[in-house]
Design a protein around this ligand. Structure first.
Ligand code: GDP
Ligand code: IMO
Ligand code: MG
Length: 429
């Protein structure tokens, strides 16, 4: 077995970066397959923190290949800034490869994302304003600019001119914003083009060759199941497919070549931005979780909404992504609670629902069925062995495994690499 997918099971920020970094010890290649710089993945190594938005979290290991595949929308400015920042910290970035088919985030995408979302008023999604949705919209409208276009000066100039004529009209008429200057954008992006050129390649061929030669590959999901464009709480979602199926279309690796899927589950729930959140705790409990977990956004700094663990969401993620193992993170954040709740079912009009409702009206009205667990009131952050965890903590975890029908593979009790309890010894076996 050589390919493992890491996918978020909730509303993002589960600790995917930490788990990817941990498993990257055994991997030779790490691949981002969807999303873009809306992601904020934090990796802590020897007390130092690295915040990654676009670069794969395998970057901290020398010699690892780090691929930004075709399903990602790439803001070249962010990519270069991140590469520069990494190099300044002594990190080797020569193993980065960027797909020639990836779509390029343009300045008008960022502008339209920001102004457009605000213009929705009460209906706003609360996007990260990184231009992700508008860039995917242009892809689907078949006017997008791809990395291969950016590599070709004439082609890029032609596409930019055509797009800008249209976008400037929209910017002025709909967004009441001044037009963007063609020459300025052209010059800026041609500058990026020269800097990223050495990293651009056909990542489809590269990845499939790597898989054929038995290299161990890790696919790093960004965002999460409940933010998936089709399966999440639409329209309060992102514009890509964070579920494991996104790997196949986002990389050109066929589904049958995916060996294992790991779902990252935060031990409680958070959400940034708008949209339904059945187990949200608006009072003292929510505040306590936010403060204990320092739950403020990596990308935007926004306070995250907080609540109890929702096993219905995890069960749904398991189904959609075929999750083999859960990697449960941030168990330590619950160390000081007298009691802890887990939602194991949704009741609607007196009946238990069999699945995740499509209608947001229904989801907003479901009554979570909670099971209550006594807190363990013990510091778990220094525990490295599953058996050494407090009995109450094990009961909580085991109930989650039972109600979701997914095995526990990893339990994380702190941000650092060593604060990791491993149950599934070799994910690549
Ligand atoms: P991601 O977007 O899924 O990669 O998650 P983020 O990086 O946005 O947020 C997760 C945060 O939790 C980061 O600051 C991590 O360093 C941190 N983290 C990850 N696992 C653990 C853990 O088990 N315990 C604690 N206390 N922090 C963790
Ligand atoms: P990581 O990879 C949490 C949320 C935004 C917003 C919605 C749409 O760090 O887990 P977008 O800018 O993508 O169009 O915003 O999705 N969102 C995230 N929330 N973690 C993320 O990424 C997110 N990426 C997007 O807050 O509600
Ligand atoms: Mg994040």
């Amino acid at each position: 077995m050589s390919t493992v997918v890491i996918t978020g099971t909730q509303w993002g920020d589960e600790g995917k970066g930490k788990i990817v970094d941990y498993l990257a010890q055994q991997a030779e290649t790490v691949v981002r397959f969807q999303g873009g710089s809306n992601a904020g993945h934090t990796v802590a190594v020897h007390g130092e923190e690295y915040k990654l938005r676009l670069l794969p979290s395998g970057i901290l290991y020398k010699g690892t290949h780090n691929i930004i595949a075709n399903g990602v929308v790439v803001d070249p400015e962010v990519m270069l800034q991140e590469m520069d920042a990494m190099e300044k910290r002594g990190i080797d970035v020569s193993g980065i490869r960027l797909s020639d088919r990836a779509h390029v985030v343009m300045p008008y995408h960022r502008l339209m994302d920001g102004i457009g979302d605000e213009a929705r008023g009460k209906e706003k999604i609360g996007t990260t304003k990184r231009g992700i949705g508008p860039c995917y919209m242009d892809r689907d409208d078949r006017i997008g600019i791809r990395v291969c276009d950016l590599m070709d000066k004439e082609e890029f100039a032609r596409k930019l001119k055509a797009n800008l004529a249209r976008k400037n009209q929209e910017l002025q008429a709909i967004y009441h914003h001044e037009p963007l200057e063609y020459e300025d954008v052209l010059e800026e992006y041609l500058g990026y083009a020269e800097r990223i050129r050495p990293y651009v390649c056909d990542t489809i061929t590269l990845l499939n060759e790597e898989i054929a030669s038995g290299r161990r590959i890790l696919f790093e999901g960004a965002q999460a199941t409940m933010l998936d464009i089709d399966y999440g709480t639409y329209p309060y979602v992102t514009a890509s497919h964070p579920v494991s199926g996104g790997v196949a279309v986002g990389t050109g690796v066929a589904p049958k070549k995916i060996d294992k899927v790991v779902g990252v589950v935060k031990a409680y729930c958070t959400r940034v931005g708008e949209g339904p959140f059945p187990t949200e705790q608006l009072g003292a409990v929510g505040d306590k979780i936010r403060e204990a977990g320092h739950e403020y956004g990596t990308v935007t700094g926004r306070p995250r909404r907080t609540g109890w663990l929702d096993a219905c969401v995890v069960r749904y993620a398991g189904l959609l992504s075929g999750i083999d193992y859960m990697a449960i993170t941030r168990l330590d954040i619950l160390d000081d609670f007298d009691e802890i709740k887990m939602c194991t079912g949704y009741r609607y009009k007196g009946e238990l629902l069999p699945g995740m409702p499509a209608s947001l009206k229904v989801l907003a009205e479901v009554e979570p069925v909670y099971e209550t667990f006594p807190g363990w009131k013990t510091d778990t952050s220094c525990i490295r062995d599953y058996d050494a965890l407090p009995e109450q903590a094990k009961k909580y975890l085991e109930r989650l495994a039972e109600t979701t029908h997914i095995a526990i593979g990893i339990v994380s009790v702190g941000p650092n690499r060593d604060q990791t309890i491993i149950l599934a010894k070799d994910m690549f076996a």
